[in-house]
Design a protein around this ligand. Structure first.
Ligand SMILES: NC(=O)c1ccc[n+]([C@@H]2O[C@H](COP(=O)([O-])OP(=O)(O)OC[C@H]3O[C@@H](n4cnc5c(N)ncnc54)[C@H](OP(=O)(O)O)[C@@H]3O)[C@@H](O)[C@H]2O)c1
Length: 249
């Protein structure tokens, strides 16, 4: 028996990295997939690869009107939602001296506000047994002078998952977070670092990691599947770290 047989799963930021690996795994486990991102080309590629009844929709996680349209599309196609994986996220590198208000708003709007209102707007589609998974980051516990706003945005999610864990469990809806350390996805090339900066950061992190490597998005996808499925039926409001031992240092 597949772990998500007959379930409808919405994955935000499902067109790349951790989200795409999870979409592949959730589909292999029997789910109908709805995934989002902003880049239409990446969405078309993901939809073509996943095939079947996959719905890949351009939807900006920071735009409340687009979240409304997304939920209307899920309602029209499936009439319900069993798994909501809130994985879309952005990070811009920079110390406090250089962070602009636009960068601050982009990270907070995408990583926090969008997540909160996506959950709010998805709830009418979710019933008993449904599961919500949120992607945070080990940065939210460790602190990182180059990612102060990103870390704060992910810390807000850690808090949100605890409050909503209590708010939603009475309806039979579980919410938990997964907190990745360094994972080999394109996100490092999107930090806005100078040329060579992403490679230098990758090398420094690899050298520092107790596992001496980055995690693979497929390793995170297996944790997302666990949290999303009834295997995690008694797990509520938790944040599970997956980082090869990085945050033990
Ligand atoms: N990789 C790591 O080392 C690491 C570590 C800790 C936490 N994380 C978290 O893991 C999550 C996934 O990241 P990843 O590493 O898989 O990065 P990724 O490969 O860059 O994927 C990010 C995904 O989010 C989408 N996205 C970004 N902004 C969006 C927006 N405003 N609206 C809709 N979709 C949006 C991207 O698509 P478009 O760009 O087309 O919109 C893409 O599908 C993020 O929340 C990230 O913060 C990653």
């Amino acid at each position: 028996m597949h772990k998500l047989e007959g379930k409808v799963a919405l994955i935000t930021g499902g067109s790349s990295g951790i989200g795409l690996a999870s979409a592949r795994l959730f589909r292999a486990e029997g789910a109908s997939i709805v995934l989002t991102g902003r880049d239409p080309q990446a969405l078309a590629q993901a939809a073509a690869e996943l095939g079947g009844d996959t719905l890949a929709l351009a939807s900006d996680a920071a735009d409340l009107a687009q979240i409304d349209a997304l939920m209307a599309a899920v309602q029209a196609r499936h009439g319900r939602l069993d798994v909501l994986f809130l994985n879309a996220g952005v990070a811009t590198a920079g110390p406090i001296e250089t962070v602009t208000p636009a960068q601050f708003d982009s990270m907070m709007d995408t990583n926090v506000k969008g997540v909160f209102f996506t959950i709010q707007k998805a709830l009418p589609l979710m019933g008993k047994g449904a599961s919500i998974v949120v992607t945070t980051s080990i940065t939210n516990q460790l602190g990182s002078p180059n990612f102060p706003v990103y870390g704060a945005s992910k810390a807000a999610l850690r808090s949100l998952v605890k409050s909503l864990g209590l708010a939603l469990i009475g309806r039979g809806i579980r919410i938990n977070a997964l907190s990745p350390g360094p994972i080999a996805t394109p996100i490092f090339d999107r930090f806005g670092l100078p040329p060579g900066g992403a490679d230098a950061a990758r090398a420094a992190i690899t050298a520092k990691s107790p596992s001496q490597r980055f995690g693979e998005p497929e390793e995170v996808a297996r944790l997302a599947l666990f949290l999303a499925s009834s295997d995690a039926s008694y797990l509520v409001g938790e944040e599970v770290v997956i980082d090869g031992g990085m945050s033990l240092l």
